[in-house]
Structure formats: structure tokens, C-alpha cells
Design a protein around this ligand. Structure first.
Ligand code: EPZ
Length: 419
């Protein structure tokens, strides 16, 4: 089995550019199916979840070209079929095909999505939105059947906030012959990227703090769209800079997507400058206790919680993180204890003791961000650590080993894939 072999304790300096956002690209690709014209997406990361999505497009007979980071999609020869492919089960974002394809296929069977195991991850809000907009849904033997009908509400209010369900609702709403109003919607940056691309394709969408208004169906056309930088990869390198950086320069960061992280850096007096999407950051000896609560945007992103946990292990004092999004995003804690970390979990609270000496260890990640947090700590600890879980890590990070080596860090991949 492959694993990361990491010699920690090395300073990171030089320049690194953040790749395109995984979670934005995963929504924009299905969005391209809302027109039969050519859509060009620039800045798409070459990572596992994107390749899974491309496999699904190919099975639907969509023309796809992926050259460097430019993905060209043309779906004029889309075939009618069910979405019960194996690949649908391998990542969470396969749910975007429901909203994006229903207007063309009218009825289809789909298998539920997969994705990292972070507790129960229902899709009830996606189903709620589709039902409100007239989709009949049944579930039998592990397969959903969707049938689009004309009997729809033109007002929907989410009972809870969900980024994926908001995007799915948008993808379906633009194809309907009625004006749709969505309330209590998610304000994650990826939602606004989808809105921006739909507007460029010709959809009439407006929004304010409380509501999104989608005008009745307009013929959508092709477009060229640039994917935003990945804020979670950016957060990873920022925290690495705060613990190991020496004039570490990070390009392609949108500060407004990460204000909650910048607030923590300011609280800890981390030495950084930010200008025009570029950040320069230095290792900073901080000694302040921190309390952080994850939540929907603009609160601190749950996806950075495991990385912040690892970072705070390097900051003396006792810190508290409250994980409010996922009921079971804690699998990294027991693994971090293997390197001497003193962490206590009480319900959704993580209490982190940053005063303890850490030592190298063998650790195993069980999901994408958990593995990232173990890689993070291994880069910070003197000596050689082993981190398993590459198969999860590769879902979300592009060229990470190459980027670290270029900055002066030491890590490699050892072992073979399991056949
Ligand atoms: C997206 O998941 C991201 N995934 C996640 O990224 C991220 O953690 C999450 O948003 C929150 O920012 C993709 O974009 C593919 P949600 P999503 O619906 O849209 C509950 C990563 O590491 N919920 O906003 O599925 C849900 O269980 C990942 O890159 C329901 O109860 O997240 C969670 O507690 C992992 N019913 C909360 O809402 C639903 O139907 C927020 O989830 C949907 C969600």
C-alpha cells in the first residue's frame, strides 16, 4: 500500500500557487450540461474526484477534453441513460448530476453519492428541493428514481443550510418555465461561482442576503469560465507558512473567501502580508489560546478543522475547536495522539494542548482532510513519519508532494497501489 514518507521539521520557503477549487469545479462541470454548446473551464485541478466526474461524462457520451487545466465540455450528443455507474458512488458531488440532467433526461435512476465518511451525510435537502420543484422521487433497492413533472412550487425555503443542495436547486431551477425563489440558501463562495457561470450562460438570476430569484427558463449558451482558487488548499499552505514558513509566498488566494482564518492569524499575531491574491508568511511563535467554531460560510470552514487542529498542536496553550457541521469529523484525533498529541474530545468539542512535545509516528488517515492534517503534523515534527491514506488525500490536493519539495520540505510516496 502506498504511503507518504515525510521527514519533518524543514523550513518552507519560495513560491507556491494554489490550484483551482475542487468543490467549485465539481459543481461547474455538471453545470456545463445545461447547454448543448461548448463550455470551457479553466483552472480545473487534476485530482481524483474530477477524473471520476469526467468518467461519468464519457459514459453519457459527452465530448470532454482535459488539457493541462483546461476542460472543454460539449454535451450535444448526450445519451439517455440511468446514472447507476460505479463512479457515482465514489464521490459526494455526483449529486449535482441530478439537478443538471433532469431537464434533459426527464426521468432517470441514480445511485446515492459516496464521499468521505464524516457521520451520516443525508441528501434529504437535495431531495426536498427537487420535490418542491416538481420532481417525483421514489427509492427502491438502493436506487432513486426521479421523474420531472410540471406540478411545482415556485417558492422553496431550505429548513437547514446546505451548499450542495443550494447548488442542486439552482441547477434544476434554471431549466423550469417558472420563476423560482430560494430562501435560507448557502452563501459559500462556490454557490456564487455557479450563479456567476449560469449568468454568463444566459440565466437571469438575482440575489440578496435573504433570497435567490431565478427567472423562468432562458436558452443557455456556452461560455468560458475561470475556476477560483481552492480555499482549503490555500488554508493548508497558510497554516504551513505560520508554522514552518520563511518568506513563504503563496499565490492565488482570495482573502475574502478565508476571512475566518485570517481572523485567527491576526489573533495569533502571525507575521504575514497580503496583497492582490498573494500572501507572504513567516513562521511565528504565537502563545495565545484560541477558540474556534466551524459553521456555514462566513464561519470557519469545517474542511479546515482537522488542519487547524494540527496547527494548534504547534501553538503553546490550550485551544478549543467546536465542530458544528459534521457529527463525526474526528478520525484524525486518535491518529494525532500517536505522535504524542494531547487532545480531548467531548461531544463536538476538541480541546487541544499545544504545550506538548511531539514525536514522529506512523499514522493513517481515514478521509481527505484527516489525512491532510496528519501530513501537516508530520511536516512539522522532526524525524521521519509515515502517513497512510493517500487514496483520500489525492481526491483533493493537486501535486502536493511536488509543491512541498519545491519549497524545501522533504516528503515522498513509497509502496505500491493495492492491486
Ligand atoms: C460541501 O459538501 C463540500 N463538498 C464539503 O467538502 C464541505 O465540507 C461542505 O460543503 C461544507 O462546506 C463538495 O462540495 C463536494 P453541505 P456538501 O450540504 O454540499 C448536512 C471536503 O473535504 N446536510 O453544505 O455535501 C450535512 O450532513 C468536503 O472537501 C443534510 O443534513 O455539504 C452537513 O452536516 C467534505 N442534508 C451540513 O448539512 C442534506 O441533504 C452541511 O453540508 C445535505 C447536507
Amino acid at each position: 500500500m502506498r504511503s507518504f514518507c515525510i521527514e519533518g521539521g524543514h523550513t518552507l520557503s519560495g513560491e507556491v500557487t494554489i490550484s483551482g477549487s475542487k468543490n467549485a469545479a465539481l459543481a461547474l462541470i455538471p453545470c456545463s450540461l445545461l447547454t448543448k454548446d461548448k463550455v470551457v473551464l479553466r483552472g480545473v485541478p487534476r485530482i481524483k474526484d474530477i477524473f471520476q466526474q469526467i468518467e461519468i461524462l464519457k459514459k453519457l457520451n459527452v465530448d470532454v477534453k482535459f488539457v493541462d487545466h483546461t476542460l472543454t465540455i460539449k454535451s450535444n450528443k448526450l445519451i439517455k441513460c440511468d446514472l447507476t455507474f460505479e463512479e457515482m458512488k465514489h464521490f459526494r458531488a455526483s449529486y449535482y448530476f441530478y439537478g443538471a440532467l433532469l431537464w434533459r433526461l426527464k426521468d432517470m435512476k441514480v445511485v446515492p453519492p459516496g464521499g468521505c465518511k464524516l457521520g451520516t451525510r443525508p441528501i434529504d435537502l437535495h431531495l426536498f428541493a427537487l420535490k418542491e420543484m416538481g420532481v417525483n422521487i421514489s427509492f427502491c433497492d438502493g436506487i432513486y428514481e426521479f421523474k420531472a413533472t410540471e406540478t411545482l412550487n415556485n417558492y422553496l425555503r431550505f429548513p437547514r443550510i446546505s451548499m450542495g443542495a443550494t447548488i442542486n436547486a439552482l441547477l434544476y431551477a434554471v431549466s423550469l418555465n417558472k420563476t423560482i425563489t430560494i430562501e435560507n440558501y448557502s452563501k459559500e463562495p462556490e454557490v456564487f461561482e455557479v450563479i456567476k457561470m449560469l449568468q454568463m450562460m444566459g440565466a437571469k438570476i438575482s440575489y440578496n442576503e435573504d433570497v435567490i430569484l431565478i427567472d423562468e427558463r432562458h436558452q443557455l449558451k456556452g461560455t468560458t469560465f475561470n475556476v477560483i482558487g481552492d480555499r482549503i488548499e490555500a488554508g493548508t499552505f497558510i497554516l504551513l507558512g505560520a508554522s514552518l514558513g520563511k518568506d513563504l509566498t503563496i499565490h492565488h488566494i482570495e482573502k475574502k473567501h478565508l476571512e475566518s482564518l485570517f481572523d485567527i492569524l491576526d489573533e495569533l499575531n502571525v507575521d504575514y502580508q497580503y496583497e492582490k491574491e498573494t500572501m507572504r508568511i513567516n513562521k511565528t511563535k504565537s502563545i495565545k489560546p484560541v477558540t474556534v467554531e466551524t459553521g456555514p460560510y462566513p464561519s470557519f470552514p469545517s474542511d479546515l478543522q482537522p488542519l487547524l487542529t494540527s496547527y494548534l498542536l504547534t501553538v503553546p496553550r490550550i485551544h478549543l475547536i467546536k465542530e458544528m457541521i459534521y457529527e463525526d469529523r474526528f478520525s484524525h484525533l486518535a491518529e494525532l495522539e500517536k505522535c504524542g498529541a494531547v487532545i480531548k474530545r467531548i461531544n463536538h468539542n476538541i480541546i487541544i494542548n499545544g504545550d506538548n512535545e511531539l514525536h514522529h509516528a506512523k499514522m493513517e488517515g481515514k478521509d481527505l482532510r484527516a489525512t491532510a492534517s496528519l501530513v501537516f503534523i508530520a511536516l512539522n515534527i522532526n524525524g521521519i513519519s509515515e502517513v497512510k491514506g493517500i487514496e483520500y488525500f489525492e481526491r483533493g490536493y493537486e501535486d502536493f508532494v511536488e509543491k512541498i519539495l519545491k519549497l524545501g520540505g522533504k516528503m515522498s510516496i513509497v509502496g505500491d497501489d493495492v492491486k
